[in-house]
Design a protein around this ligand. Structure first.
Ligand code: SOE
Length: 356
C-alpha cells in the first residue's frame, strides 16, 4: 500500500523536511508541496523531492493526486488546514500542537472519528525502541505499582526569550509556547509508557520579564495520576546548553526505568538486586522494542528514525494494518486539554482537574 500512497506536504521548514525524509523512507511519493510563498514552494519542491509546487494550501488539500496531507505549518494554521483536509476526504498527519485551543482540538478529534480517515499527530518519541521496552516491562508488571513519575524536557534554542521565532507570536504559535511545543511531548510519552493518566496538576510558568515574546519560556508541574502515582516535570526552552534533553524516570515498587532522548539507544533499569543499562538491539530486548529497532546494535538510531517509524505505522494504518501505539487526533486533543490545564493552573495558582 505505502508505495502507492501520494503525500502532500504543507510547510517546508525543519519539520517539513523531517516529514519528507520519512515519507520517502516509507516508500511513498511526495506529489505536491506548498510553503509560505510561491517562491518558497518552488524551492521546497526541489529540496524535498516533490513532483510539483502548488500555489496555495487549499490547492494542495483539494488536489486529486494527494491521498494524505502532512500539516507542518505554524501552529495557528493546523486546525483549519487539518479540518479542511479531513473534509476533502484525505488522511491527515498534523504536527503538534494539533490546535491552539482545546475547543478546536476537540472539533478535529470529533471530525476524525466521524470520518473514515486515518489521522495522526507525531508524538514521535513513542517510537524509540528503549521507550517500547520500558512500556512492555511496565505492562508486564516488572515494576509493580508505579509510585513516582518525574523528569524534564529542556532545550535552549528559545533563549534569550523567544529569539525572534514565530512561536513567540501568540497569533501564530498560540497562547502557550514551551509547554505546547515540548511539554506535551513529555506528557504524551509518560502516559504512553506508563499507562497512567495525569488526572490533576498544578503548574507554575516562567517568562523573561524584559521580553515582548508571547507565551512562557518554561513550566514546572506537579501532578497526580489516575492510578495513584505522584509526579513532577520541568519543561524549558531557555536552559542554556540543553539541546533536546527529554528525560524521565518512572519509579515502581520493584523496578525503575530512566530514559534520555539524547542517548536513546539505552534504557536504565533499576532493580532490587542490581541496576542495568540495556542497549538497543542486545539480547535483553523484547519483541516490542525489536519491532522499532531499524539498525543492528552499535549503529545508533535517532530522531529521524522515530519519524520514519511513525510515518511507516501511519501509512500501515491507512493500509488497514493498524499498529499498536499510533498517536492519533485523540492524543492531540489530550495534549490540548493538558495545555489548557497548565495555563489555567499557572493563572489561578490552583490544582486543576484535567478533563478526560
Ligand atoms: C522544537 O522545539 C522541536 O522541533 C519541537 O517542535 C519538536 O516537536 C521536538 O520533537 C523537537 O524540538
Amino acid at each position: 500500500m505505502t508505495d502507492q500512497l501520494r503525500a502532500g506536504l504543507l510547510g517546508a521548514g525543519f519539520m517539513g523536511s523531517v516529514h519528507a525524509h520519512a515519507i520517502r523512507a516509507a516508500g511513498a511519493t511526495i506529489t505536491a508541496v506548498s510553503a509560505s510563498t510561491p517562491e518558497r514552494s518552488a524551492q521546497a519542491a526541489s529540496e524535498v523531492g516533490a513532483r510539483r509546487a502548488v500555489a496555495s494550501a487549499d490547492d494542495l488539500i483539494h488536489a486529486d493526486d494527494v491521498d494524505v496531507v502532512h500539516v507542518c505549518t505554524p501552529n495557528a494554521l493546523h486546525a483549519r488546514q487539518a479540518l479542511a483536509a479531513l473534509e476533502a476526504g484525505k488522511h491527515v498527519v498534523c504536527e503538534k500542537p494539533l490546535a491552539t485551543t482545546e475547543a478546536e482540538a476537540r472539533q478535529l478529534a470529533d471530525a476524525a472519528r466521524d470520518s473514515s480517515a486515518i489521522t495522526a499527530v507525531p508524538f514521535v518519541y513513542r517510537f524509540y525502541p528503549s521507550v517500547r521496552e520500558a512500556r512492555a516491562r511496565i505492562a508486564a508488571g516488572e515494576a509493580g505499582a508505579l509510585r513516582l513519575i518525574h523528569g524534564s524536557y529542556l532545550q535552549d534554542w528559545m533563549a534569550p526569550a523567544g529569539a525572534g521565532n514565530w512561536r513567540s507570536d501568540a497569533s501564530l504559535g498560540g497562547a502557550s509556547r514551551a509547554f505546547a511545543d515540548i511539554g506535551i511531548h513529555w506528557c504524551d510519552l509518560i502516559e504512553f509508557t506508563t499507562g497512567h493518566r495525569i488526572d490533576r496538576l498544578t503548574a507554575s510558568t516562567a517568562a523573561t520579564p524584559s521580553s515582548d515574546a508571547d507565551g512562557e519560556d518554561a513550566a514546572v508541574l506537579l501532578f497526580e495520576t489516575d492510578r495513584g502515582a505522584a509526579g513532577s516535570a520541568v519543561i524549558s526552552q531557555v536552559s542554556q546548553g540543553r539541546k533536546n534533553r527529554l528525560w524521565f524516570s518512572v519509579d515502581g515498587e520493584t523496578a525503575a526505568y530512566s530514559f534520555n532522548q539524547e542517548q536513546p539507544d539505552t534504557l536504565w533499569v533499576g532493580g532490587e538486586s542490581h541496576n542495568q543499562v540495556l542497549h538497543r538491539g542486545s539480547a535483553s530486548e523484547g519483541p516490542d522494542a525489536a519491532r522499532y529497532s531499524a539498525l543492528p546494535s552499535g549503529h545508533p538510531q535517532g530522531y529521524q528514525d522515530c519519524f520514519n517509524a511513525f510515518v511507516r505505522d501511519t501509512y500501515a494504518a491507512i493500509g488497514n494494518d493498524a499498529p499498536d501505539g499510533l498517536p492519533t487526533f485523540d492524543d492531540g486533543l489530550r495534549a490540548a486539554a493538558l495545555t489548557q490545564a497548565v495555563l489555567e493552573s499557572a493563572d489561578t495558582k490552583t490544582w486543576v482537574e484535567v478533563p478526560r
